[in-house]
Design a protein around this ligand. Structure first.
Ligand code: LLP
Length: 417
């Protein structure tokens, strides 16, 4: 069931008319549906219920504490990539033994923080990182649980900026040298080598690349077994795509069935790191039309949300449908929906077929729950916008819109100038 629906030509989130929220909160704002978040998690988790598995929601897609709390309550673990995400995860109540830590550039202080917290495992991406984790664990008199992230060299057939499992990408250790990496790691006194990890990219719309990657990983697991290294955790990352436009990604259950049959025979706990599939279509961005203008070539709809609020269209040319919050039934126009920022790349949509919206009308930018707010910035000294959550007929601001004072918080003018 879709929780963003028109009732009498007015867009609702669950049982709340969105225009009512805009009136109270102002625009722009991100809007999340509690019921959708819960449903997405349970559909994903249930797809893997046949096997020993742990779903670790990938925080980077949406780190709002209220969103994290919903997943924590539903039994999720957490995939983090920074000390900041660990801090948020702990604040939201995640148990440390359900937290996995990925990323090519973990700093010593972040490693210490995670070691002291007692996380489930570090997904290690280089031998130098392994060395540092071993040293830090020794200094703290601990053993660090580690999985090695291998780069399985498969093409995920997604946008090049979000493909991560090819040799030319910076991620993981290539599958051919990984065996050496394991032999090296197993000798380290303060490393507890428990797993293997891979993540090949994001917004995948086919299961095939996942299965191909798993084939390569599986071969490595068998080789490791042969030399007496027993892996207990297999982390296959995230990456399952969603429908933004007309993509038809596999349903979680199809994805799960392909994964489960690929790992058949392996005695491991499966760890998954889904991000976008859980939150992407559970959130939208609401903006207001400020002005209209046209030239010989183009029609522009200028809104109060820009690339600093939602970066995806600008940097990936990502498609997000834009709809009027109130449908008036006017004839459609073809327009670029642009923001107030001084860059040509500042658009939410290009050549968008939309009703003849006018100044003051509200727009909904769809499928904006993943990598929306988390990638937003203060560029052009624009305040970060509010985040709102709806549950049934209730709504609450779950992150206040910043103020101008927030913009300069922490800045100072030295006496020497
Ligand atoms: N695990 C690791 C190690 C990752 O790097 C990522 C995403 C995930 C899990 C979650 O992937 P998902 O299930 O969300 O596809 N900013 C881009 C997406 C970047 C994804 C980065 N890594 C976008 O807006 O499309």
């Amino acid at each position: 069931m879709n929780h963003f629906e028109y009732i009498n030509n007015e867009l609702y989130c669950e049982n709340v008319p969105i225009a009512k929220i805009a009136e109270k909160v102002g625009t722009p704002f991100y809007l999340y549906s509690h019921a959708t978040l819960k449903r997405h998690f349970s559909v994903f988790k249930d797809a893997f219920k046949k096997i020993d598995s742990l779903v670790c929601y990938s925080a980077k897609a949406n780190t709002n504490l209220a969103v994290l709390k919903i997943f924590e309550q539903a039994g999720s673990g957490l995939d983090i990539v920074s000390g900041g995400e660990l801090f948020r995860g702990l604040k939201a109540g995640f148990s440390p033994d359900r937290i996995v830590y990925s990323g090519v550039g973990k700093r010593a202080d972040e490693i210490d923080y995670a070691l002291k917290t007692g996380i489930l495992m570090f997904n290690v991406e280089s031998l130098e990182e392994l060395e540092l984790i071993n040293q830090r664990a020794e200094a703290l008199n601990l053993k660090a649980p580690v999985a090695i992230r291998v780069n399985p060299d498969v093409d995920p057939k997604t946008h090049p900026y979000i493909s991560t499992g090819l040799k030319k990408n910076k991620f993981g250790i290539d599958v051919n040298s990984a065996l050496e990496g394991y032999k090296y790691a197993v000798e380290k006194k303060h490393i507890n080598l428990i797993g293997i990890d891979c993540h090949i990219g994001s917004q995948l719309t086919e299961v095939r690349p996942f299965a191909d990657a798993l084939e390569n990983v599986k071969k490595l697991i068998y080789k490791l077994k042969d030399i007496g290294i027993a892996i207990t955790h297999l982390d296959i990352g995230g990456g399952l795509g969603i429908t933004y436009d007309d993509e038809v990604p596999p349903q979680p259950v199809e994805y799960a069935d392909a994964v489960i049959s690929s790992i058949n025979g392996l005695d491991v706990k499966l760890v998954l790191e889904p991000g976008r599939v859980l939150v992407g279509n559970a959130g939208i961005l609401i903006a207001k039309v400020l002005y209209r203008k046209r030239n010989d070539l183009k029609e522009f709809v200028i809104t109060d949300a820009g690339m600093n609020d939602l970066l995806r269209p600008s940097i990936y040319k990502a498609f997000h449908a834009v709809e009027p919050v109130i449908r008036k039934g006017t004839e459609k126009i073809t327009a670029d929906i642009v923001g107030p920022i001084c860059e040509t790349g500042d658009f939410l949509a290009t050549d968008c077929h939309i009703e003849d919206v006018r100044g003051g009308d509200l727009l909904a930018v769809m499928s904006a729950g993943a990598y929306g707010f988390t990638m937003s910035s203060n560029y052009c000294s624009r305040v970060r916008i509010a985040e709102v959550m709806v549950k049934d007929a209730e709504f609450q601001v779950v992150n206040q819109r910043q103020t101008y004072e927030d913009l300069v918080k922490g800045e100072s003018i030295p006496a020497f100038i």
